[in-house]
Ligand binder design. Structure first.
Ligand SMILES: [Zn+2]
Length: 93
């Protein structure tokens, strides 16, 4: 039997490879700015481990990955987003 390969992406913080489903996608959308899990444009992925998303350097890493500067409020929104995903892991699966 051939197993379908999952889409793998690298977490920008720990540099480990994960299944896309286990990562949060942050996109710098051309029109709407920074979006989570949606949008078209340059994207970065981060895993759901607290060590990664609460990393003090995460904002810098994201800015580098997305080639943009992020608002100070971004980190607050970002943490809220990630925490809400952790509250409902893999809904419907
Ligand atoms: Zn990570």
């Amino acid at each position: 039997m051939i197993r379908q390969n999952p889409v793998m992406r690298i977490c920008i913080s720990c540099r480990k490879t994960y299944d896309r489903k286990n990562l949060i996608k942050i996109t710098k959308d051309h029109k709407q700015g920074i979006l989570f899990q949606n949008g078209m444009g340059r994207s970065a992925y981060i895993c759901k481990s607290k060590k990664c998303y609460s990393d003090s350097k995460i904002k810098k890493k994201l800015q580098k990955a997305l080639k943009t500067s992020l608002e100070t409020e971004f980190i607050d929104i970002f943490e809220k987003e990630i925490t809400s995903y952790n509250d409902y892991p893999n809904k419907g699966i």
